[in-house]
Design a protein around this ligand. Structure first.
Ligand code: ADP
Ligand code: MG
Ligand code: MG
Length: 199
């Protein structure tokens, strides 16, 4: 079973990974965006880490709802409300249980990803974070390592796609040939889930 500590480790592992990869995320956002994705994610997850230390929420749902709220209030870019919705919705779906199963997490994350698609209007294949998140959720039934691999593959597979949502879509055909920054950070988020389980 997964407790609040597990979800805190997930968020702190994401913050650490975003710190390590911030330059790469911003570099990916340079040819098909406005070169701020690494900075946006770093600002957001630094705030998440601080809020979790200060408030110490004691259920899985409360950890994710707090994290989502902090992302929405600290990240100005498109990714803030989208990641914020992902975590808030996932947290709400987990309810107030002290521990949840991997199956419950998979179901809740599905609700979170649905929330992202409703808010942003993106479907799989539109070259967004959805292209890493949907395969990850689909693979979660086979375990966290499978979800991690699926998210990474999904992120890499955005390279040949034409962007249909977000800033990259303004470039039309010129968006082809570049990996989507948001799909890349989503793969980091899912990798951190596997890292949180590996302690
Ligand atoms: P901004 O584009 O406002 O500068 P970021 O650079 O932080 O925000 O985030 C860009 C990422 O957000 C994109 O790479 C993409 O994955 C994701 N994104 C943008 N718009 C959408 C959308 N409508 N639906 C899903 N994801 C989106
Ligand atoms: Mg950007
Ligand atoms: Mg921006």
């Amino acid at each position: 079973m997964l407790d609040a500590d597990f979800f805190r480790r997930w968020m702190t592992a994401t913050a650490a990974s975003v710190d390590r990869e911030a330059e790469r995320l911003t570099a990916l956002d340079s040819p098909i965006g406005d070169a701020d994705h690494g900075t946006n994610m770093q600002r957001g997850f630094t705030a998440v880490r601080a809020a979790l230390e200060k408030e110490a929420p004691d259920t899985p749902g409360a950890v994710l709802v707090l994290a989502g709220r902090r992302l929405i209030s600290t990240v100005g870019g498109a990714s803030g409300p989208l990641y914020g919705t992902l975590l808030r919705r996932t947290g709400k779906a987990l309810g107030d249980a002290a521990e949840v199963s991997e199956e419950q997490l998979a179901e809740a994350l599905r609700a979170g990803v649905d929330g992202v698609m409703t808010l942003g209007g993106a479907a799989p294949g539109d070259k967004t974070m959805v292209d890493a998140l949907v395969p990850a959720v689909d693979a979660l039934g086979d375990g966290l390592a499978a979800a991690r691999a699926a998210a990474e593959e999904g992120a890499v597979a955005t390279t040949p796609l034409l962007a249909r949502k977000g800033r990259a879509s303004y470039l039309g055909e010129r968006s082809i040939g570049h990996q989507d920054p948001g799909a890349t950070s989503s793969a980091l988020l899912i990798a951190a889930l596997a890292e949180a389980a590996a302690v």
